[in-house]
Design a protein around this ligand. Structure first.
Ligand code: TXA
Ligand code: MG
Length: 351
């Protein structure tokens, strides 16, 4: 398959480009497009065949359901059986935006889209390209992140090209996304709303609106005793090719520990990768050092996380060491993704 790449204005998407992409989706094809979180790999959510094509293009296990993206509040009731009061409150507060809600699905949504589940994940994104494309294509786009299964999610069209050239009909290049990690997923099929995947909308922001909100137990501990409820959260994910280890502790001790690893590798004629911040990068004299952002600006850390993880794959690094980033708001989401990328390898350095 030849993949067409079209540049598009992310603030004022050109109508003719949107129409060209929408025609591909209406005909059952696949289009990758930017959202405010990460790039999505889109197909018509109500077309079972299109969903099957998405799984094939990503190399994704078919028990891992897709998110259905809408761009009009009134379209929600067409794909779900009911909307609980609390889901309405969250929709009013955070849609359009980086929030996905799990609700009981209606008959309109094929099981191919929900991975066989009776529930459906729904998101109303705020990105103008996503919004215009959803509306022009008929209202319902199923879209997982536009990476091949297991790789970090794409935050630029170049990342999508790396993974999906030849596997999708079209890529809309709207530049770098705004947030850089995937939407917060909240499950409304349990008595108490439950976060299945942390994201930009923090637990605190959810509790502000709803009162009691739980964290999925499978997210809190990864000791094998609890499985995460979102099927996708159980897979190893976001992982660079070299083994990644997170180093926790006081900053100067973390830097010392990583520098020892860098010196030791250099002594053997090897190089390690290092993920630091603008505050610490000057203190790493050896190794392939990447700055993920500033500790003063957690949004910058979220935005560069996947890009940095992808970047190491281009170099010959023996292993990668990262500082930990438990920042106040998005920290849970950032650490959730980093821990998965590291296969939960964490070293704690202490005096
Ligand atoms: O920000 C995002 O959410 C991006 C953009 C493109 O919108 N999409 C995204 O999709 O991250 P994906 O497919 O990479 O992740 C969807 C996650 C998976 O972990 C999946 O298992 C879970 O949502 N999920 C989908 N439907 C579900 C359901 N009915 N019940 C439980 N988990 C569900
Ligand atoms: Mg994904």
């Amino acid at each position: 398959m030849k993949t067409k790449i079209r540049k598009i204005d992310s603030k004022n998407p050109q109508k003719e480009i949107i129409e060209e992409a929408a025609a591909v989706l209406r005909a059952g094809g696949l289009v990758a497009f930017p959202t405010e979180t990460v790039y999505g790999l889109g197909g018509n959510a109500l077309d079972a065949k299109a969903s099957e094509k998405i799984y094939a293009a990503k190399g994704r296990p078919s028990d891992n359901p897709l998110i259905v993206h809408i761009a009009r509040m009134e379209d929600l009731e067409k794909i779900v059986l009911e909307v609980p009061e609390k889901a309405k409150i969250l929709a009013a507060a955070y849609w359009p935006g980086p929030l996905t809600m799990i609700l009981p699905k209606s008959a309109a949504v094929p099981y191919e889209t929900t991975g066989g589940l009776e529930s459906v994940a729904v998101r109303y994104p705020s990105h103008p390209v996503a919004r215009d494309l959803i509306l022009a294509s008929g209202g319902f786009i199923a879209a997982p992140s536009a990476n091949t299964s297991g790789r970090p999610s794409p935050t630029t069209a170049a990342h999508v090209e790396e993974d999906l050239t030849g596997a999708v009909d079209m890529i809309l290049d709207g530049g770098q996304v705004g947030i850089g990690i995937e939407s917060t997923i909240v499950d409304f099929t349990e008595d108490v709303p439950t976060v299945l995947r942390p994201g930009y909308i923090s637990l605190e922001m959810l509790r502000e609106q709803l009162g009691e909100v739980r964290m999925d137990r499978g997210l809190l501990k990864n000791d094998g005793s609890q499985h995460p409820k979102a099927p996708g959260m159980k897979y190893r994910h976001y992982a660079p090719k070299a083994e990644l280890t997170i180093v926790e502790g006081k900053t100067d001790q973390v830097v010392n520990y990583i520098n020892e690893r860098a010196r030791e590798a250099a002594g053997r004629g090897k190089q390690i990768g290092i993920i630091g911040t603008s505050e610490t990068v000057p203190y790493y004299p050896k190794g392939l050092v990447r700055c993920i952002g500033s500790r003063e600006d957690e949004a910058s850390i979220a935005l560069h996380l996947y890009e940095v993880l992808r970047d190491f794959d281009q170099y010959d690094v023996e292993s990668i060491y990262s500082e930990a980033f438990d920042t106040p708001k998005m920290g849970q989401a950032i650490m959730n993704r980093l821990l998965k990328a590291a296969g939960h390898r964490v070293i704690r350095v202490e005096e």
